[in-house]
Write a protein that binds this ligand. Sequence first.
Ligand code: YYY
Ligand code: MG
Length: 148
Amino acid sequence: MEQSFIMIKPDGVQRGLVGEIISRFEKKGFSLRGLKLMSVDRAFAENHYSDLAGMPFFNGLIEYIISGPVVAMIWEGKNVVATGRKIIGATKPVDSDVGTIRGDYAIDVGRNIIHGSDSVESARKEIALWFPEGQVYWHSNLHPWIYE
Ligand code: YYY
Ligand code: MG
């Protein structure tokens, strides 16, 4: 089954939005496969965002990600990458629809609360980076109530 890497950024943790964000993914029907609160160092954050190196906002982005603990998660389910991006909303909160996480809780792009993988391939890379210890496999008994 498809997986996505979802990370609550330091502002989401500081603002007490961890439970609300987890709840949205849970209520949709996705399954949690990994969850940890952690702080990352500069080299780790730069690796995670290596595709964006050279962008004018890169240094500010890295400072933001290392400014406090983040919640790293693996979520699983059919189309979880694309649907996760819909639940999260557009990169810039000004463009994010109301009802999305960024649309409901964020104002500035540089404080947009949450990260979600943008493709199945980047999800695979991000999960390998953030969860080198592997993940928790379990069977959700809700499966037949969520999938036809
Ligand atoms: O995948 P997503 O987080 O929606 O956007 P990306 O284009 O991958 O950029 C990653 C991250 O960089 C974004 O969530 C905020 C920050 N950022 C920014 O501060 N200013 C921009 N103009 C674009 C992105
Ligand atoms: Mg991205």
